[in-house]
Design a binder for this molecule. Sequence first.
Ligand code: MN
Length: 417
Amino acid sequence: MTRLTSWVESANSPDTDFPLNNLPYGVFSTNSLEARCGVAIGDMVLDMAALEEEGILTLSEEPVFDVPYWNDVMELGPGTWKLLRERLMGMLLTGSAEQAQVAPHLVPMADVRLHMPMVVSEYTDFYAGRHHATNVGTMFRGAENALPPNWLHIPIGYNGRASTVVVSGTDIIRPNGQLKAPDADLPSFGPCKRLDIELEMGAIVGTSTEMGEPVTAKDADAMIFGYVILNDWSARDIQAWEYQPLGPFQAKAFATSISPWIVTTAALEPFRAPTPKREFDLLPYLQEDGDTLYDIDLSVIIEPNGGTQEVLARTNYKEMYYSAAQQMAHHSSSGCAMNAGDLLGSGTISGAEKSERGSLLELSWGGKEPITLADGSTRSFIEDGDTLILTGHAQGEDYRIGFGACSGTILPAVKYP
Ligand code: MN
């Protein structure tokens, strides 16, 4: 597929994140407009609430765009998602008869504030990257037992916190917590010393399921609305002391950042990629119909406190062992209800090479091999004032489907108690 041409000139640049092929969904406000639904096109944002109010684009009898979330559109179902995308394409394509009507409702991206694109119903995080799980397992249990015995059969996950999922650009306060060094007799309480990122994709469930009515991976693929880039901020020292036997708790609950634009599965369709070859056949409910991953290039960038940005790692979403469709199927398999707006973290995405690792824990090998930055300083984990930026895009022939950045700056821990 090649780039579609829009009368919004900036959408036709080969390196814009938001060509006509993309049309991602976000929520924006300006000095004069309350937070509402918008669609990114080049360096502009299309004011969906205004289009709806003027009767240029209506999806249902009740307005769905004059609210600061896309959940109502999700609830209208896959048929309406398709219709909406076709209408937007028709309006913005070069030669559209609607150009004169639509153009007054474009707002320069430079003038908007971006907000959370949806109400996060619930947040679940997985551990579905084989290179990441192998690296972490090797550090903590040795290479022989790196992957737990269930790992090749189950997409491992835990229930996270929707309450602290925040949009890119939100500052992140260093968490306090219980810490216990391996050689200490008793725990102490204080600021996390091993603060980390996890480079992930977040899948957004678009179609709800009923309690007691599980779906298979084959069904689940079409129930996913879209994807964002996700940073599962992690306090490694808090995690090491608290995680047995029920998994991560406060080590992950303090913050999760997402990129501001929901990139739809329709925009990503040309970039589908297969899951890797299996050592064991998956159980039938997890078996896929075709390719359920996507070829999305991902980067981890650090802007050290007061310094210049540099890339720490590059990898790709197709490195995952389990797809979001498989994760959603597994999540519902017991009868657990899934809701429109549920956010599923992919798990940390690392490739086979050292330069492809999606966490500082892996990049610095548990702090044993600190990373030297261009300014000569070193990092094993994140310091106060550092900004971490995750970016990603699917690369087409002469266009890209970009996500925008997922960034956060670390502020010092609060005094507590
Ligand atoms: Mn994670």
